[in-house]
Design a protein around this ligand. Structure first.
Ligand code: F0G
Length: 447
């Protein structure tokens, strides 16, 4: 184990009646639960991790000057050391970075290609009037195929989009590493190299969504020919170094609770990014962040590429997957870097897609164990053809083996009575269907 506890936060498992009452009051939507009523919170790995003592110490150095803060200089230096990018604008989180970059790159009628757009990426591209098109390798959809880089972008699919719409309409090709919307699967350096060449061919910008770049680099070291024995830091620099621009949510591999950035190479693009950042985020030497938060991310980015840290991190996710599989849940393989994805359709064959098998599993895990996971199937993505997945995302440096065992025990209890598990139907939902899972209310229905 790479860490010991230095600050203790109390968690409590509410009793069964309290859990039932809380779930009903939340409209069977776990986004509406009070976090105090959750025992093991696997809703997301975003901004929920533990900062190190070095990061907490760095907070006190925070220079809150509006312009030219020394914290920004330290942040800029860390970004340059870790990613190789020397032009960076901080933002309040990843979607702020997306708003700034895609607001500059994409226009009405354009098409943006991505191995798979994360929800907020898709929304920001669409907000520009552009069309977000996913071009993952087909094997990404196979939960059992034992392939090393199921997060890769399919060049064949990308080329057929070019044939359909013409290269002129494609301003950007994006690689999301790891591919969160495709079960957190990694992308090879070779694929990044191919995307680089493809982007040059069609004269598009090559963007990397770098949220989980360190976890991705770990998989490269583990699986890609020619990288055995390389360090995560070396691979990260090499892979990120292929891109023209990065969008980053520091809440993942920045190891902080808030923050993000856009980094670019081209000085003209940098100017445009800065102007838009001033409008939406803040003056370019603080963006959407406090000086103290810039300090914490400067330290966090360096910690994120320490080999021993990333190994511990990815192994913990794998351990949770093994425990859940032993308990009887069908787990997507290979396991991704930040989360375990479970096939809910296979878990509850009697609950069809309109009755949300994924949401059924999410509700049962909370009922049984006060565990919070998230549905990423027909409830979250109405009218799209997605597998019925449930994601259990592990916050970084936060939970212990006892918590993982508790989650697996809860899963085993759910499976013991799988025949009596209800499906769900939506009773109220917001006007924007793409944001439905955050605030809709449901009720159980017998199946
Ligand atoms: N890109 C990817 C690949 C992400 O996973 C996220 C966030 C973002 C961009 C946006 O970053 O939240 O800082 O604005 N993913 C979180 C999740 C919310 O739970 O997967 P943000």
């Amino acid at each position: 184990m790479r860490y010991r506890t230095k600050v203790a936060a109390t968690v409590r498992l509410p009793d069964r009646d309290e859990r039932e009452t809380a779930l009903e009051a939340a409209g069977y939507n776990v986004f509406a639960l009070d976090a105090d009523d959750v025992y093991v919170d696997l809703l997301t790995d975003s901004g929920t991790g533990a900062m190190s003592d070095e990061q907490w110490a760095a907070l006190l150095r925070g220079d809150e000057a509006y312009a030219g803060s020394s914290s920004f200089r330290r942040f800029e230096e860390a970004v340059a050391d870790v990613t190789g990018f020397e032009r960076v604008v901080p933002t309040h989180q990843g979607r702020g970075a997306e708003n700034v970059l895609y607001g500059v790159l994409a226009d009405e009628g354009d098409v943006v290609l991505n191995n798979t757009h994360f929800d907020t990426t898709r929304a920001h591209v669409a907000n520009q009037g552009a069309d977000p098109v996913d071009v993952p390798v087909p094997v990404a959809r196979d939960p059992d195929a034992d392939e090393p880089f199921k997060g890769n972008l399919s060049l064949d699919r990308a080329r057929s989009v070019v044939d359909d719409v013409g290269a002129d309409r494609i301003p950007a090709v994006v690689l999301t590493i790891t591919n969160n919307s495709a079960a957190g699967q990694p992308v090879s350096v070779e694929n990044a190299r191919e995307v680089r060449a493809f982007a040059d061919e069609i004269d598009a910008a090559f963007v990397i969504d770098a949220c989980r770049f360190a976890e991705n680099a770990h998989f490269v070291v583990e699986r890609e020919d020619g990288y055995e024995g390389a360090s995560v830091a070396e691979v990260a620099r090499e892979q990120l170094g292929l891109a023209d621009a990065l969008v980053m949510s520091g809440k993942k591999d920045g190891l902080v609770n808030a923050g993000g950035f856009v980094a670019v190479r081209d000085p003209d693009l940098f100017e445009r990014v800065k102007q838009r950042a001033i409008l939406y985020e803040g003056f370019p030497t603080y963006g959407g962040m406090a000086g103290r938060d810039l300090e914490a991310m400067a330290v966090g980015l360096r910690e994120a590429v320490e080999d021993a840290y990333v190994r511990t991190r990815v192994e913990q996710v794998r351990e949770l997957a093994d425990l859940l599989e032993d308990a009887g849940l069908p787990v997507y393989r290979p396991v991704g870097g930040h989360a375990v994805y479970v096939d809910a359709a296979a878990t509850f064959p009697s609950i069809d897609a309109e009755r949300f098998p994924g949401q059924a599993l999410v509700c049962e895990l909370y009922r049984e164990g006060g565990v919070r996971a998230v549905e990423l199937g027909s409830f979250a993505f109405p009218e799209t053809d997605r597998p019925e997945l449930v994601r259990l995302a592990l916050p970084r440096r936060t939970y212990h083996r006892e918590h993982l065992r508790h989650v697996a025990d809860a899963a085993a209890d759910v499976l013991d009575r799988r025949e009596s598990v209800p499906g769900y139907r939506v009773v109220s939902e917001p006007s924007r269907p793409e944001l439905r899972h955050f605030s809709a209310a449901l009720e159980p229905v017998d199946v």
